[in-house]
Design a protein around this ligand. Structure first.
Ligand SMILES: [Zn+2]
Length: 256
C-alpha cells in the first residue's frame, strides 16, 4: 500500500473514531436488522438476527469477558511480516484475529492457512482495501465485502472468516448489514496505536498503555509496509498485558 493510501487511511480512521465518540452505542444499533427481516416474513432470532447469522452492530465485547484483550492484526497477509507477528504471538501463547485483504489472501494462501492452523481467527478486510467504499453504492460495498470473504475463505481452505472490518473504518449501516447477513460480525476497534504510521516502537507501546481502558479490541498491522515497529511493540506489549492481569481472547461474534 502506498504512503498516500495510508494517509487516507488515517483520515478515515479519525472520522470513524469521531463518529464513535459522538454517536456512541446509537451508531452501532442503527441498523434495522430485525425490522427488515421481520417485514420479509423470515424467522427472527432472539436478538433480532436471523438464525445462524450474527448481529449487524459493532462487536464491543470480548468472548473472554472483562479484563481481556482482543488482538487484531490488519492488512496482511504479508510474506515479510506475518511470519514475524505469528512468531511473537506464539512465543506469548496469544491467539489473535487477522483482518486480511482479499487480494493478499489470494496471493499468499499458504500464509492464510498458517494463520488459521495456529488457532487465530480470520476476518474479511474487503477485496482491495478501498477506504472510500462508504461513499459508493451498496452494490459496490457488497462486492467488496462478499468478494473479500470468498477470497479469504478460499485461501484458508476450510476455516472461515468470522468478522468483517471495513478498510480505514469505512463502514456504513448497509455494509454492516450485508456483512452480518453473511455471517461476518462487523469489527471495530477500541485501542489504536496508529502503528501503521510508524510513529516509533516506544510511541506505539505508550499509546496502547494509554488507551488500554477504552475497550478490549486493539488494532495492529502486519501489512502495508515495514512493520518492524509493530513486531517490536508486540514483543513488549504482550508480556505487559499479562503483567497487568489481562487475558487474551477474540471479539464476540454472536453476542450483542
Ligand atoms: Zn486496513
Amino acid at each position: 500500500m502506498s504512503t498516500k493510501n495510508r494517509v487516507r487511511c488515517v483520515a478515515a480512521a479519525s472520522v470513524l473514531a469521531l463518529a464513535a465518540l459522538v454517536g456512541g452505542a446509537g451508531a452501532a444499533s442503527a441498523a434495522p436488522v430485525s425490522a427488515a427481516h421481520g417485514s420479509a416474513g423470515a424467522a427472527v432470532g432472539p436478538r433480532g438476527s436471523l438464525p445462524g447469522k450474527v448481529p449487524a452492530a459493532f462487536t464491543n465485547t470480548s468472548e473472554g469477558g472483562p479484563h481481556t484483550v482482543d488482538v487484531t492484526i490488519d492488512d496482511g497477509p504479508s510474506p515479510a511480516w506475518t511470519p514475524k507477528v505469528l512468531a511473537v504471538l506464539a512465543q506469548n501463547h496469544v491467539k489473535a484475529t487477522f483482518c486480511m485483504i482479499g487480494e493478499n489472501a489470494a496471493k499468499y494462501p499458504a500464509l492464510v492457512k498458517e494463520v488459521a492452523a495456529a488457532g487465530h481467527r480470520l476476518c474479511d478486510h474487503s477485496v482491495d482495501h478501498d477506504m472510500t467504499m462508504d461513499k459508493k453504492s451498496v452494490a459496490y460495498q457488497e462486492g467488496e465485502i462478499l468478494g473479500g470473504q470468498a477470497l479469504v475463505n478460499k485461501a484458508a481452505g476450510g476455516p472461515k472468516a468470522m468478522y468483517y472490518r471495513a478498510p480505514g473504518g469505512a463502514f456504513t449501516p448497509a455494509s454492516r448489514q450485508v456483512a452480518a447477513e453473511h455471517g461476518l460480525r462487523p469489527l471495530n476497534w477500541d485501542i489504536d496505536p496508529r502503528d501503521w504510521s510508524r510513529p516509533g516502537t516506544a510511541n506505539i507501546i505508550a499509546a496502547v498503555k494509554e488507551q488500554v481502558h477504552n475497550g478490549p479490541i486493539v488494532l495492529f498491522h502486519d501489512g502495508g509496509g515495514d512493520r518492524s515497529q509493530t513486531v517490536a511493540a508486540l514483543q513488549k506489549l504482550l508480556p505487559w498485558f499479562k503483567q497487568q492481569g489481562y487475558g487474551f481472547s477474540f471479539p464476540s461474534q454472536t453476542a450483542p
